[in-house]
Design a protein around this ligand. Structure first.
Ligand code: UDP
Ligand code: MG
Length: 341
């Protein structure tokens, strides 16, 4: 039963045009209901990338679009093997789309860009030049951001400050989709929720060199933004997760255990002292608040140790739980297995 179900969820059609040489650059584009933008997007991307003398691929991830986006991508992909299309069964969100793109990417450098042309494909060479200086992650900074002030720019300003403070990775614009990564960086990160924007922070923990570069930004030319102010809340909640991932997540025992040992030791010392004066000098200790404190410290200390242990077990289960995929692919064009992983 289970077997049959997984078999049904395999991509339906895998069309395969002849593959060009292995690309060094993979450009990942999440696409959700962007039919008006696809013709120009494709044209602009190809123009910008052709001008660079390096083999590339464009991986368009259709995140369950309900309009003609997929048909339009498909049409182009059948003529151009450098355009690879991954189609989701339903809308799984931008993070899942990036995650799929990273999985399929074969290049040693991966660039992400939005499909709505709010980012400028001509900025990609600038990102690549910055990467060539030796960075592992180059994050775009929409210095002159063309979005509404109150619903988008203000919350984003605050969020960027908070994220920088909490993660210790100082970027002006975490939310910018135009970013370049060395492939190893994105292939080693598990994404879910709204986590794609935190990749620079999560990656910093692998010890990579992160920098930012001002990029151009334009108002959306067609179609509607898929987000409103509600996203800010989800971003803040994800920030807590990231903080957790960046700090003691892997070793709860180290923090709970340490406090537990300190308290137990202190409680033990107090109890020993009281025991000694009782036994050696026959002092009355039953009415001393210190006795209560000593016993309390021992009990709380042991409980903290147990909590550390439980935390350790939960974290383990949590990491193992993450193996489940966050998206399901319906079909692939020019797909094929990713080479590096
Ligand atoms: N997107 C997606 N899945 C979603 C929402 C958005 O793949 O569920 C894509 C969308 O097509 C676009 C990019 O993510 O290419 C950014 O979306 P949008 O322009 O709506 O966000 P904004 O620029 O307003 O922050
Ligand atoms: Mg946009």
């Amino acid at each position: 039963m289970v077997k049959r179900m997984t078999a049904q969820l395999e991509p339906q059609t895998i069309l395969q045009a002849e593959q060009p040489s292995i690309p060094t650059l993979s450009v990942v584009v999440p696409v959700y209901n962007e039919e008006e933008n696809i013709p120009l997007l494709y044209e602009r991307l190809v123009a910008a990338l052709d001008a660079q003398d390096l083999p590339y691929e464009i991986i368009a991830v259709d995140d369950g679009s309900k309009d003609r986006s997929f048909a339009m991508l498909r049409e182009r992909a059948l003529d151009d093997p450098r355009l690879r299309v991954v189609r989701f069964r339903r809308n799984f969100g931008q993070t899942a789309a990036f995650s799929a793109g990273f999985h399929y990417a074969r290049g040693s450098t991966v660039v992400t860009i939005d499909a709505d042309l709010q980012n400028d494909p001509d900025d990609i060479p600038l990102l690549l030049a910055k990467m060539a200086e030796g960075y592992d992650v180059v994050s775009g900074w929409r210095k002159q951001r063309q979005d509404p002030w109150f619903s988008r720019r203000l919350p984003s300003f605050i969020a960027n400050r908070v994220i920088s403070l909490v993660t210790g990775v100082h970027l002006h614009d975490y939310g910018c989709s135009l970013k370049a990564y060395r492939a190893e960086v994105v292939k080693n990160i598990n994404l879910y929720g709204e986590l794609h924007r935190f990749i620079p922070a999560i990656a910093s923990w692998q010890g990579v060199a992160v920098t930012e570069l001002p990029v151009r930004h334009y108002p959306r030319r067609a179609g509607r933004s898929k987000y409103g102010i509600g996203r800010t809340i989800r971003v803040i909640l994800d920030l807590m997760t990231v903080r957790f991932l960046l700090s003691y997540s892997t070793r709860p025992m180290q923090i709970f255990g340490l406090i537990g040992i300190l308290l137990t030791t202190l409680g033990g010392a107090i109890s020993l002292y009281l025991g000694a004066i009782k036994l050696l000098f026959g002092a009355a200790i039953a009415d001393r608040p210190l006795l209560l404190l000593g016993i309390l410290l021992i009990v709380v200390g042991i409980q903290l140790l147990m909590m550390g242990l439980l935390g350790e077990i939960i974290v383990r289960a949590y990491y193992e739980g993450q193996r489940k995929p966050i998206y399901v692919v319906r079909e692939e064009i020019n797909g094929g297995p990713p080479f590096a992983s």
